[in-house]
Ligand binder design. Structure first.
Ligand SMILES: Cc1ncc(COP(=O)(O)O)c(C=O)c1O
Length: 494
């Protein structure tokens, strides 16, 4: 019999003989918890292996093995002739905390100054629920899985040292070359493959750029990007009109800017294409000021007809544009794969940052994507998606015009994965979005993309990820939602 005060505790060990974990793991877990929580006191004697085995109705060798494991972890110690004891290291009672309750609360955890001051200004992550009209969602149903699986199994069978070893920090050479070729043929960009750096998605690209270039207080034109906020950037809200970013407005607000963040081929979220005049003005301003421009070409591949518009990078003579691409939209977001095309003056600096703290992206993934591009599947997929997205967009546009014109003014677009619709009748976007969410729809109010309140109420409506039938059905629901919101508003006391 276990006679000590701890006896009852040890007897309370419950064992599941059908459980997926073996007896040794289960018993060790209980004993470890008792010791770490202070329920078994430092220096306290444990029952003998024979006694405990009898109490728990297990083989003595099982308890011997448990004690050996816990001794190897330093939790217990065996003294020859005296018995087994909880390690004296647990004498410090402050270490003994009840198993499930951490002592440090979220509030009392002291954070880095940069994080403390930035976190309240972070833009909340947009929730990507797979339902209409979530934005930035590729057509997963149309992804060529068979080719992907074939290339995956080919690359995971390659020499282990190549796929399992540390990846090249600037990116897999074959992928860097494939991207450089793709950009030359499809985006009018001439670059050396060594200017391409592979990162884990566009968000990591922004993080790398901010770490490399931004000091606290630096003025950054627009781009409510958390990566810049956390580096202490002073985000300058700039007007956007039908010609894109208003450079004159930006210069008036922050002439000494350090960086401008733009999405010229498809402004996020309004969807406008930056005019040639504005592009030239932006490039000139950056050159005059010695500032940098991030060109986030996030969905520029998806123009519905003709060739995609030229990139800002391809017009940049001074080497001031940092072009950022992502495979999140052109392939799928869980890949976490993107790239930076660095201007020559920044290549060395990005190399330094990548060498210092960004250890690269899984090699096999890069090799698969590289083959996907080189074998032509990427171009085919983009072509097919342009067609599919065009059709889905037309369904949305026609549906909103036919059924929702009392409530929404939908903007035409010729590219991308979403469009914008403005609310009529003084309806509030957040209120409509809330009601829509209850009915299974995601509407993203434009205000969520802005630093200061936007002058009009409206939504970004994603269409790329949903079949035409889903879009039609969602329009019917949205009509009810708008009607209900209007009725509720009218019923409010004046
Ligand atoms: C403006 C913009 N740029 C880039 C991206 C892609 O980011 P990532 O490559 O990290 O998925 C997104 C994602 O929705 C986006 O909205």
């Amino acid at each position: 019999m276990v006679k000590r005060a701890e006896g009852a505790l040890l007897q309370s060990i419950s064992i599941n003989r059908q459980g997926s974990h073996g007896l040794i793991i289960q018993i060790c877990t209980h004993l470890r918890e008792f010791i770490l929580s202070g329920s078994l006191k430092a220096g306290g004697r444990l029952p003998s292996t024979r006694t405990l085995a009898n109490e728990l109705n297990v083989a003595r060798t099982t308890i011997v093995e448990c004690f050996e494991r816990l001794a190897a972890e330093g939790l217990i110690e065996t003294r020859v002739g005296a018995g087994t004891f909880v390690s004296q290291a647990f004498k410090n009672e402050r270490l003994a905390v009840p198993a499930q309750k951490p002592m440090i609360s979220e509030k009392s955890a002291r954070l880095a100054q940069s994080m403390t001051s930035a976190s309240s200004r972070f833009v909340p992550r947009l929730v990507h629920e797979q339902r209409p009209f979530t934005t930035a969602t590729p057509a997963y149903d149309a992804f060529p899985m068979a080719q992907w699986v074939r290339l995956s199994s080919k690359h995971w069978r390659e020499a282990r040292k190549d796929i399992l070893g540390y990846p090249e920090p600037y990116g897999h050479e074959v992928l860097r070359k494939a991207i450089a070729d793709h950009l030359r043929v499809n985006r009018g960009i001439k670059c050396d493959w060594q200017q391409i750096f592979i990162v884990a998605g566009a968000q990591q690209a922004f993080q790398l750029i901010a770490t490399t270039l931004i000091d606290p207080g630096d003025k950054v034109w627009i781009g409510a990007r958390n990566s810049f906020v956390v580096h202490g950037a002073d985000l300058v809200p700039v007007r956007v009109d039908e010609s894109g970013l208003d450079v004159a407005d930006a210069l008036a607000k922050a002439p000494e800017f350090r960086l401008a963040f733009v999405t010229p081929s498809h402004q996020q979220p309004l969807g406008v294409n930056m005019s040639l005049e504005r592009r030239m003005a932006l490039l000139t301003a950056a050159q005059d000021q010695g500032a940098w421009i991030i060109e986030d070409d996030w969905d520029g591949e998806f123009c519905f007809s003709g060739l995609p518009l030229p990139t800002l990078q391809s017009m940049d003579q001074a080497g001031r544009v940092i072009y950022v691409g992502s495979f999140s939209k052109s392939l799928f977001p869980s890949l976490r794969l993107g790239f930076i095309l660095a201007p020559p003056a920044l290549m060395q600096h990005f190399q330094t940052s990548l060498d210092a703290f960004l250890p690269g992206v899984p090699t096999a993934i890069q090799a698969i994507v590289s083959d996907f591009i080189v074998e032509g599947h990427f171009a085919t997929h983009i072509r097919r998606m342009r067609k599919a997205y065009h059709e889905r967009y037309q369904t949305l546009y026609a549906g909103v015009q036919a059924h929702l014109s009392d409530y929404l003014d939908i903007m035409p677009t010729s590219t991308g994965m979403h469009t914008v619709a403005f609310l009529k009748q003084g309806l509030n976007a957040e209120e409509v979005a809330k009601r829509a969410a209850e009915r299974g729809l995601t509407l993203t109010p434009i205000g969520r993309f802005c630093i200061v309140p936007y002058e009009r109420q409206g939504f970004a409506l994603g269409f790329s990820g949903f079949s035409t039938a889903q879009i039609d059905a969602a329009i019917t629901v949205l009509k009810d939602v708008c009607a209900d919101t209007t009725a509720a508003r009218e019923a409010e006391p004046a």
